[in-house]
Write a protein that binds this ligand. Structure first.
Ligand SMILES: [Zn+2]
Length: 310
């Protein structure tokens, strides 16, 4: 090869390396509202996609204050993925600040609550019971079966936006769903001995997760979603726990611990620490569900308070 050819080739390489168009074709930039949604989106978009989660892990997802960095990441993203409903009450101001019309219009935004059957939908939309969970319970991704639906929605919508990659998105969704099916059978087996048991949770974050494993919430430390516990409400909870033999209290890392610990001391219950928005470096969506199943299984074993289904 002549010296001039080599120089020409080097120039071409440099041109494509620096060209934003070439980079955009290789990397799909997705901004997601939460780490769990980001994890599922990453599974479907593939390993070359660049995924950014706005909400830091293990924080109250209803009340996040996006930073200037978050606004910039959303502004530069190709696709915006969110949980829909009133989960992220901060989503509107974030999109306004980022100023991306295709995200606000929904053209390049994906609402993963699409096609999810919501639990506890209200008979009419009202804020009488607080400002969150107005449309029904928005914590649906805690159920692995709902994560499969989210995968389908992502594959379908990404294929609409990038038709050339439709097959890749479908194949990735298929792989993710098969893995979830395999793991779910094992998770259900591990929690089966406790089927029918009731737990108390701080916030109403777990109806989908509990239902999947045949468990039930008996009450919440919050008298209404987003409202701090009151002494009178805690007295009522103690009565519910006593009458219903409830021996497990579910807490999340960001929630105030002292009240739950006091309840543990007074009732002899066991705390189970569950997560709905784990750190991205912790292994992704399946790793988070694995940790939740393990935490709950250990809490039930420790409390020795399970009711076997006859
Ligand atoms: Zn909530």
């Amino acid at each position: 090869m002549s010296r001039y050819m080599k120089i020409w080739q080097a120039c071409l390489c440099l041109f494509f390396a620096l060209s934003p168009q070439a980079d955009a074709q290789q990397k799909l930039r997705i901004a997601a509202t939460t780490t769990s949604i980001a994890s599922v989106a990453g599974e479907i978009a593939g390993s070359t996609a660049e995924i950014y989660a706005v909400a830091p892990s293990n924080r109250n997802l209803h009340f996040i204050s996006p930073t200037p960095k978050d606004v910039l990441k959303v502004k530069k993203a190709d696709v915006f993925v969110h949980g829909g409903l009133d989960l992220e009450v901060w989503r509107g101001p974030l999109l306004d600040a980022a100023g991306r019309k295709e995200f606000i219009s929904g053209q390049r935004a994906i609402d993963v609550s699409h096609a999810i059957e919501l639990m506890n939908p209200p008979e009419e939309i009202s804020r009488v019971h607080g400002d969150i969970h107005v449309h029904g319970n928005p914590h649906y991704w805690t159920d692995p079966v709902n994560a499969k639906q989210m995968a389908d929605t992502l594959a379908e919508r990404l294929a609409e936006i990038y038709p050339d990659s439709a097959e890749l998105f479908q194949a990735n969704a298929g792989r993710f769903k098969r893995r979830i099916d395999e793991r779910l059978a094992e998770w259900q087996k591990r929690l089966a001995p406790f089927k029918g048991s009731k737990v108390i949770a701080y916030h109403d974050s777990w109806p989908y997760f509990l239902r999947r494993f045949g468990l039930e919430p008996a009450g919440f430390l919050e008298p209404q979603p987003g409202i701090a516990p009151t002494p009178r409400h805690l007295d009522e909870l103690k009565q519910i726990m006593k009458n219903g033999s409830v021996k497990v209290i579910v807490l999340e890392p960001y929630q105030e611990k002292k009240t739950a610990e006091k309840l543990v001391r007074e009732t002899g219950a066991v705390l189970a620490l569950l997560q709905q928005n784990d750190a991205p470096e912790a292994g992704g969506y399946e790793a988070m569900i694995e940790k939740n199943v393990t935490a709950l299984q250990q809490a039930f074993l420790k409390a020795d308070a399970f009711v076997r289904e006859v």
